[in-house]
Design a binder for this molecule. Structure first.
Ligand code: GUN
Ligand code: ZN
Length: 651
């Protein structure tokens, strides 16, 4: 069983339960060659904190250790107290061309030696396999996955995803294999991509596979042993990695680092603080395979822990962008990701904790900013005016920085003010939305980022319907505006903010539904900012200071449910669960029957019965795909239960 305990986009923190204990994910599985372990498996547990390792059933089965493995079991044979995953020999068929076991034989052997996670014998799809050949690989892999599923008994099964670099085949293989009763879905056939630093293809393959995979299952990336790829792979939703690299590179005299590989003999100082590097001279390390392997493992485990920290603090995109500078091929992979923004965006939270830091010109293409720009086009209605005052990127919050300019202009020209920010256009009344106010960007902007800002701005402005836009360049601009848009604008900024935020957050038309009636505000004494929105005496919305978005109140949810048809803004729950939500209990994924496909983690939702009766207001923790797939975990955190009105007959 796999439980997700934290997330950052597609990346997650989780716990995988096995017959030999719980495994915290993302996890690194050191590869143990049973015939020549460099580091004793017991030490992997005690000195490196390994909760799980991986060894090869095919190699074991062909060696003199076959009988001892069957008699003692694989844990005793290796002397490892934690979980043991076994692989099947598919990789050996890639190396040697063929293997002389069947899928059924290798499954039976793994069962017999007590493997905690046993792998089917998949057909290794080489990157150069054309579509027809890769399709045959996939058909056979799916057939064997079903066969293994029938034979697995009590053993937790690892199903493999093949399909070479063909995205449609990857997605289909992933869908069909993960629909079986497998415990882990493993993305295979990628070692040749990693060995030749084809990280862009690797990213494409992982994304295509993730599109088909059941999101509730943990994902293993076969053969991912270099710390360089951990952040990227985790970002795309991989939970388990296996490393033979620590040993292979050690035999070759090479040291792993989070940013690449170096020859030990060429170093005077490793710059590393691991126990090996702290306790030995470089000369000693360079000639000792065991020391090299230990350093490599320390660095690899450290890199996985760094990924975990980044997920927990919702900073994994930042880590990936920074790390992509370590190798140009990683930068190519990062560039590839924007092609998949529509898919990646589905798992992005509504906002993140803390500020958004500019790392490079790629930052503007993160899926969360892609969504900002899309929602601006689809949901935001620009107020009528004779033209646009375009303000340049600069200090935030923009409304404070440009307050005096805007006040002066609006007295003499009928224009709407929009900032041409690096992330996309920011209408001034939306400048408080995360990350518009919570961004740290350099003073000096690079041309690529500026060019992108220009493209984003033009894309939006073309659809916004203003006859012209004029960039603020100082007093002369005011003179021009007076001529081009004579008049003035008296703006109720509070109302404009509330309306724009409501439409942006809940969809076009939400402001009309939420604010119909007499609107008043509760304003913060300290900041002068709106806290609560009251309509006809009912508290419908609260504005959050952290991300500038609304918390929905029951009265607000009632208005939205009336205005928008099912399933918009809804999570539909099993009738049996309704009374619990009315009392304020959380929504568990198991009881979700349907949900709005537009919902994202962090969104405010109306929890309704199948008859569309409102029973609670909640904050989604998952998107629809996840809510329908997970059998465990909270789908939405209930903020407020909605009791049955006393007069209504019980239903
Ligand atoms: N180890 C590395 N690549 C693979 C793969 O594609 N399949 C299996 N089963 N093991 C692997
Ligand atoms: Zn070291």
């Amino acid at each position: 069983m796999f439980e997700v305990t934290g997330r950052d986009g597609l990346a997650r923190l989780g716990v995988l339960e096995t017959r030999h204990g719980r495994v915290t994910t993302p996890a690194l599985l050191p590869v143990v060659n049973p015939n020549r372990p460099i580091i004793p498996p017991r030490d992997l547990a005690s000195r490196f904190g390994a909760q799980i390792l991986i060894t090869n059933a095919y190699i074991l089965g062909k060696s003199a250790l076959r009988e001892p493995a069957l008699q003692q079991g694989v844990h005793k044979l290796l002397d490892f107290p934690g979980a043991v995953m076994t692989d099947s020999g598919a990789f050996q068929s890639h190396v040697y061309g063929d293997v002389d076991v069947t899928n059924a034989q290798v499954i039976e052997f793994q069962k017999a030696m007590g493997s905690d996670l046993g792998t089917m014998l998949d057909l290794f799809s080489e990157p150069e396999h054309d579509h027809a050949r890769a399709r045959a690989d996939v058909d056979e892999t799916i057939r064997r996955a079903a066969e293994a599923n029938g034979l697995k008994g009590e053993m937790a099964l690892v199903g493999a995803v093949q399909g070479g670099i063909h995205e449609d085949l990857r997605e289909r293989c992933a869908r069909e294999v993960s629909a079986l009763d497998i415990s882990v879905a493993a993305i295979g056939g990628v070692v040749p991509l990693m060995e030749s630093y084809r990280f862009r293809d690797l990213a494409r393959v992982i994304v295509a596979s993730k599109k088909g995979l059941d999101p509730s299952k943990p994902v293993h990336l076969f053969g991912a042993g270099h710390p360089l790829v951990f952040p990227l792979a985790a970002l795309l939703g991989c939970d388990l990695f296996d490393s033979a690299a620590y040993a292979k590179y050690a035999r070759d005299g090479r040291m792993l680092f989070p940013d690449g590989t170096r020859h030990a003999a060429e170093l005077q100082d490793s710059g590393c603080l691991c126990p090996v590097c702290s306790g030995h001279s470089m000369a000693e390390i360079a000639k000792d395979t065991t020391l090299l392997a230990e350093h490599n493992l320390h660095v690899s485990f450290g890199a996985v822990r760094e990924v975990r920290r980044a997920i927990a603090s919702e900073e994994l995109w930042e880590l990936v962008e920074r790390r992509s500078r370590a190798h140009p091929a990683l930068l190519d992979a990062l560039f590839e990701l924007r092609r998949h923004n529509d898919f990646l965006e589905e798992s992005e939270p509504l906002s993140r904790r803390g500020a958004l830091y500019y790392v490079g010109p790629e930052t503007a293409h993160r899926p969360i900013l892609h969504r900002y720009r899309r929602r601006l086009e689809e949901r935001y209605s620009a107020p009528p005016a004779k033209g646009l005052l375009v303000l340049p990127e600069g200090g935030r919050p923009f409304s404070e920085r440009y307050r005096s300019v805007v006040e002066r202009v609006l007295k003499e020209a009928d224009v709407h003010a929009v900032v041409k920010s690096l992330w996309g256009p920011v209408p001034l009344e939306l400048d408080h939305l995360w990350p518009n106010a919570q961004s740290v960007v350099p003073d000096r902007l690079d041309p690529e980022a500026l060019e992108a800002a220009e493209v984003f701005f033009r894309g939006w402005a073309a659809g916004a319907g203003y006859p012209f836009g004029l960039l603020w360049e100082g007093e002369s601009t005011l003179d021009e505006l007076k001529v081009a848009a004579p008049g003035f604008r008296n703006v109720d900024w509070n109302l404009l903010r509330v309306r724009a935020t409501a439409d942006f957050q809940f969809g076009r038309g939400a402001a009309d539904a939420l604010l119909e009636g007499k609107v008043s505000y509760v304003v913060s004494k300290n900041t002068g900012k709106i806290r609560n929105v009251i309509v006809d005496g009912e508290h419908v919305l609260s504005l959050r200071a952290e991300d500038g978005l609304f918390t929905l109140k029951a009265a607000g949810a009632r208005r939205l449910v009336k205005a928008f048809a099912l399933p918009r803004l809804r999570v539909v729950v099993d009738p049996d669960a309704v009374p619990f939500h009315r009392e304020g209990k959380n929504v568990f994924a198991k009881f979700v029957m349907d949900a709005d496909p537009q919902l994202r983690p962090g969104d405010e939702v109306a929890v309704v019965s199948p008859e569309d009766d409102l029973c609670a207001v909640a904050q989604a923790a998952m998107n629809r795909r996840e809510m329908l797939a997970f059998k465990r975990g909270v789908a939405a955190h209930v903020r407020e239960g909605v009791p049955l009105p006393p007069s209504a007959p019980p239903r």
